[in-house]
Design a protein around this ligand. Structure first.
Ligand SMILES: *Cc1c(COP(=O)(O)O)cnc(C)c1O
Length: 458
């Protein structure tokens, strides 16, 4: 009976709606939201005997929820983690040129599948094939939805129902959803593991070759390293085995770089060109890892192998759209024009020097000291940034972090409130501290970050 009395205190939908107006939103959204708020209060009353607030407070709740529902779900986020290729934050931010290309192509019609010279049907894949070949020295190229798709298509095209030899040390899982044995199973190829976790020899591959073998596969271990007593079969040795038994050799490079990373004092990663020069028949890479472009899977290599992939009906399920092609072409052009290091955000962030990051961190700390309440503790700390995205896992990129703490608010609460702000800010939480790494901040982010912290710590 008590509950019935509480239920009667709730206003009718139209009363609550009247109380919320004027609100700049479609009328049905306001009505639906008011109904939802009332219904959740009704449940709370029935289950817990909660006492509902007055109509004014309910109206505030409705307005907040309407605002939230009007906001896009996919929103820009400030990445203060220092993880350059943050998979959860969309991996590679695109260059200005790539964004402009997307906008131009997305807005209207384009020659996606028409040959403008002849008026005949063209191929969407042709738009980036030539530039990819020019940059890497490959005979042929093909672009699909992502690298997992590229590997799946390659295995399905070249080894369905046949065996693929892979070293046990390379049966990796990347990012939780890409696992070499599972992709292999999905493709219909049969996995033939050789060697042991830490050591695989050329003779292991040779002994595994039978009339059922279709392919030798090498996989970049991406996000981990085996150290100590190890033996990996070098790319050149694999190529020699492939030639001896007339088997194609494929390498899933994962990240795939086109420039020498050692110029940024990063670990040596074999550039794609080098891998192809070594005689590997087929290479697959991601578009949105160290290449710094849109999500895509890029296949490079021998013409006849790429041709088989192009003719596979599965390609239709993995095809890229015009926006991806536009962004990828613009990204690749930067490499051709030799200004990739300056214009592609991923490369720019990776190449930031320790002194520059110290300067940026110090500047940020000073501004924060002025803006935040006096009881906040703001200090600089030496630390490391990460490449992320399963690339260069053991590379430490020295940076300077700004560590922030508050006597009354615990760090995970600070992180949560920053995440829920507008724009959302994602920070690093480590050793019970909120850490900000200037490496992944864009120009203009610092200002917004300071405002967000002011709001959260006030
Ligand atoms: C990242 C990665 C993949 C998956 O690539 P996506 O583009 O994320 O699909 C596959 N193989 C290797 C070796 C990788 O590093």
């Amino acid at each position: 009976m008590e509950k019935e009395k509480l239920l009667r205190q709730l206003p009718a939908v139209h009363e609550l709606v009247n109380c919320c107006e004027p609100l700049d939103c479609p009328p049905h959204l306001l009505t639906d939201t008011a109904r939802d708020v009332l219904s959740s209060w009704r449940s709370a009353i029935l289950s817990k005997g909660s006492v509902p607030p007055d109509i004014g407070t309910l109206a505030v709740e409705v307005r907040e929820l309407v605002k939230k529902r009007m906001m896009s779900s996919l929103r820009p986020v400030i990445n203060a983690t220092g993880v350059v290729l943050h998979t959860n934050l969309g991996r590679a931010p695109l260059s200005d040129a790539a964004c402009e290309a997307v906008l131009k192509i997305a807005r209207g019609y384009c020659n996606l599948e028409i040959d403008l010279d002849t008026g005949n049907r063209g191929e969407r894949y042709s738009h980036v094939e030539e530039i990819l070949c020019r940059l890497t020295g490959a005979e042929a190229a093909l672009v699909v939805n992502n690298n997992a798709g590229a590997v799946l298509l390659a295995l399905h095209s070249l080894a369905q129902g046949k065996e693929v030899i892979v070293s046990r040390g390379e049966l990796v899982e990347i990012g939780g959803s890409f696992r070499v044995p599972e992709i292999m199973a999905q493709s219909g190829a049969i996995l033939r593991e050789v060697g042991t976790t830490n050591r695989t020899h050329p003779r292991d591959y040779e002994r595994a070759v039978t009339s059922e073998t279709a392919l030798i596969l090498k996989v970049h271990p991406s996000n981990f390293r085996v150290v100590g007593f190890t033996r990996e079969v070098e790319r050149r040795e694999l190529v020699a085995i492939g030639q001896k038994y007339q088997l194609p050799v494929m390498e899933d490079l994962g990240s795939g770089v086109l420039v020498d990373l050692q110029q940024f004092s990063l670990d040596k990663e074999p550039p794609v060109q080098e891998t192809l020069q070594a005689g590997v028949d087929l290479v697959t890479i991601s578009g949105d890892k160290l290449l710094g472009g849109p999500q895509a899977g890029i296949v490079l290599g021998k013409r006849e192998l790429v041709q088989v992939m192009k003719e596979n009906p599965l390609l239709r399920a993995l095809r890229v759209d015009k926006m991806t092609l536009a962004a990828l072409e613009a990204t690749l052009k930067a490499y051709l024009e030799d200004n990739a290091e300056k214009t592609i955000p991923v490369l720019r962030m990776l190449s930031l020097k320790a002194e520059e990051l110290y300067k940026r961190a110090s500047g940020l700390k000073e501004l924060l000291c002025k803006a935040l309440p006096k009881d906040c503790c703001i200090v600089l700390k030496e630390g490391v940034s990460r490449t992320g995205g399963g690339a260069l896992p053991v590379t430490d990129l020295p940076t300077t972090l700004v560590a922030i703490s508050h006597p009354g608010i615990n760090p995970s609460t600070i992180a949560e409130r920053l995440r829920q702000g507008n724009p959302p800010v994602v920070v690093r939480l480590q050793d019970d501290e909120v850490l900000i790494d200037p490496r992944t901040l864009f120009p203009g982010d610092a200002e917004l970050l300071i405002k967000a912290l002011e709001r959260v710590l006030r």
